[in-house]
Every structure is written in C-alpha cells, then in structure tokens.
Design a protein around this ligand. Structure first.
Ligand SMILES: *Cc1c(COP(=O)(O)O)cnc(C)c1O
Length: 361
C-alpha cells in the first residue's frame, strides 16, 4: 500500500478545465472560449517584451515597486497597499493560503469562478457554494450561509460566466453584515468593461476586511503573461507578501504589464469595440430567439431552450470553426458563454447560430 499520501482535501480538487483552443481538421478557427482580448496585447507591451530579452540573466524586482507605482497612479491607489501575483489567480491563492485552513469554510456563489473551490481546497479549507438568483449574486443567500467557520467570501463582480453585476449598495450591505473575522474578496477581473466602475476599490478603503483583485489577462490582453494584483488594507498586504515567492513575476511579465498600462489609447479602443459589439451580438441573437442578460463583461451568456439544444449548437459551432464555452460545470447547462470577438468574429457567430436555428427548426 502506498504510504505517501497528500494532505486532506488535495485529491478532492477537480482539475481546472481551460477553454478549448484547437479543433482537429478545422481551419480558420476562432477561439471565443477564454474571454481573451480579440485585438491581442498592446503593441507597446509586445515591444517591452522584446526589449526585456537582453536582460533575462538578471533576477526581476522582488517588490514590483515600479509596476505597483504605475497601477497606483493609474487607479489613484496607494502602491503600498497593492500586491502583484502570477495572474489574479495567484493573489486569490495567497488569500486562501494565508487566511483559511482545515475546518474553515470559504463561500463562493453558484455560478462563481471555478478557481474558488480549487484554491479553498488547496488551503485545506471547505468550499461552500451559495445559490444565486436569476444568474445574479444574492447577498441574502450569502448571509444565510455564514457560520462561525466562514473565513472568506468570494464575489465576482461583474460575474463570470453570468456577465451580470450587482450594485455597489449590495456589496456595501454584504461588507457591513460580515463579521470582522471574515474577509470579502471582490474579484474585479472584468471591472474595465464597466464604464466608471472602480472594481470595488472604494469598498476596500471603507472596510478593513475587503480585498479587490484585478488582472492584466482580460482587457489588457496579457493572459499568456500571467499578471494580476490585489488591493487591500496594509495589514493584509503585509500578510499576503509573506506567502508570495520573492520572484513570482518574471522580468518580462513586469515589463509587459507596465507597458500595457501605459497604453491607454489601446485600452480605450478595446473597451469601445467591446461595448459596441457585445450589444450588437446580444441583440442579433435575441432576434433569433437566443436570449442573454445585458453583458457587463467581454462575453455574453447565450441561453438556449435546454441542455440538448445548447450542446447541439456548440457542436455545430465547432464544425464552423467557432470555439465557445460550455458552462454546465457552472450549473448553467442550457447556456453557452461566448467571448465578444472582433467584428468579423461576432458576425461569424451570429451567422452560424442563425444557420443552426434554421436547421433545427
Ligand atoms: C479570467 C478571470 C480571472 C483572472 O485570472 P488570471 O489569473 O488573472 O488570468 C479571475 N477571476 C475571474 C472570474 C476570471 O474570469
């Protein structure tokens, strides 16, 4: 018998399923399954990556001072209260590792990001799933699930894969009702897709137990680089830095993120195209009987009659070289998550789903 056994909970972790990216035998594939930026990274980020190549023998900065200063300046935040991670996934993992362990409960919501239960179990804690209401985070349901063991509540706002968001007053209500011993994490991976939304930064300033996480993977088009950050009270940042490896972010990743942040023209272009095309995509699909909630993100959640129709549509889209995301694993079996691509991609999606609906009728 094997006596080398992992810590309790580790083997309960369901491996993360990423968006598919290839289709055997199909050419001109468009990947709309991982909410990536259809316009790629900023040309300035590409240039910064090239320029970093000559100094790859050097260790990167351990304190990320330059990137934190740039983020602080851009968002009007104190750089001393920012921590950077290998994607925001790593920041989320720091939070779970530092603040939850065996016997503790970590709350996430029904359609919430699948990384939350994974990182809770990595820390040995117990993930607790709370129902949403009509594909929206429900604060009352979260409050009803609190116990003396609850240490962390994860809320994605706007949500993935729902694309919906809840109002700031609801987040304030949640923060006010949480015990001081319980952290609230606002995952703002899609905050840049909501005009004028601060991602939850003002809540962090108001409540000592609130953390905001952000990423360069979505609107900044740097998913391949793995850069994210968190903003919280100084005392929390001091804790998170203790479980962070000193060289977690590579020289190249730091350079890319800083250059991307500086290219606000590219950011504005991507935001404007996304805002225009998500409405167009949603409206065109509504005309052919495929409903979706008004999207606050860079994807839409297209709803079908039932799971069979959603899966049949997904199969058909694959034959057309279009990869979207099934979300049955997020308790949304009737839906498909479709990233808002560029205009050509959106037109191809509408044409293909129209053809599917005609064929099915
Ligand atoms: C994409 C995404 C992230 C970001 O992950 P990174 O590790 O920064 O690439 C975080 N939360 C949600 C809900 C996401 O969809």
């Amino acid at each position: 018998m094997n006596k080398i056994i992992p810590q309790p909970g580790i083997m309960d972790i369901a491996l993360y399923q990423g968006g598919q990216s290839h289709l055997a035998g199909v050419e001109h594939v468009i990947k709309l399954s991982s909410n990536e930026n259809p316009f790629g990274p900023s040309p300035k980020a590409i240039e910064a990556v090239r320029n970093s190549a000559a100094t790859l023998h050097r260790y990167p900065s351990t304190d990320h001072a330059s990137l934190r200063a740039a983020i602080g300046k851009r968002h009007g935040l104190d750089p001393a209260r920012i921590v950077c991670g290998v994607g925001s996934d790593e920041v989320l993992q720091f939070v779970a590792q530092a603040y939850a362990g065996p016997g503790d409960e970590v709350i996430y919501t029904e359609h919430g990001f699948s990384m939350y239960p994974i990182i809770a179990r990595m820390a040995g804690a117990t993930p607790v799933m709370v129902p949403e209401r009509e594909r929206r985070v429900d604060v009352d349901n979260i409050l009803a699930a609190l116990t003396d063991q609850t240490r962390i509540v994860f809320v994605t706002n706007p949500g993935n894969p729902t694309s919906t968001m809840i109002a700031e007053v609801e987040l304030v209500r949640l923060a006010e009702a949480l015990p001081q011993t319980c952290l609230m994490v606002i995952d703002g991976a899609y905050a840049e897709f909501v005009d004028g939304f601060d991602g939850g930064a003002s809540l962090v300033d108001r409540f000592e137990n609130v953390i905001m996480t952000r990423t360069f993977s979505k609107v900044y088009g740097l998913g391949g680089m793995r850069v994210g950050w968190g903003y919280a009270a100084k005392a929390i940042i001091d804790v998170l830095n203790r479980v962070r490896q000193p060289f977690n972010l590579s020289l190249t990743a730091l350079a890319a993120a800083e250059a991307a942040l500086a290219d606000q023209d590219f950011l504005s272009f991507c935001q404007a195209e996304n805002a225009r095309l998500r409405v167009w995509l949603s409206d065109e699909l509504a005309k052919i009987g495929v409903a979706s909630d008004a999207s606050c993100t860079n994807f839409i959640l297209a709803r079908f009659a039932d799971q069979a129709e959603a899966e049949a549509c997904d199969d058909f889209l694959k034959t057309q070289g279009l990869i979207v995301r099934r979300v049955a694993g997020y308790n949304l079996p009737n839906a498909l998550r479709i990233t808002v691509g560029d205009e050509e991609a959106c037109r191809r999606v509408v044409a293909a789903i129209t053809a599917f609906k005609r064929g099915a009728a």
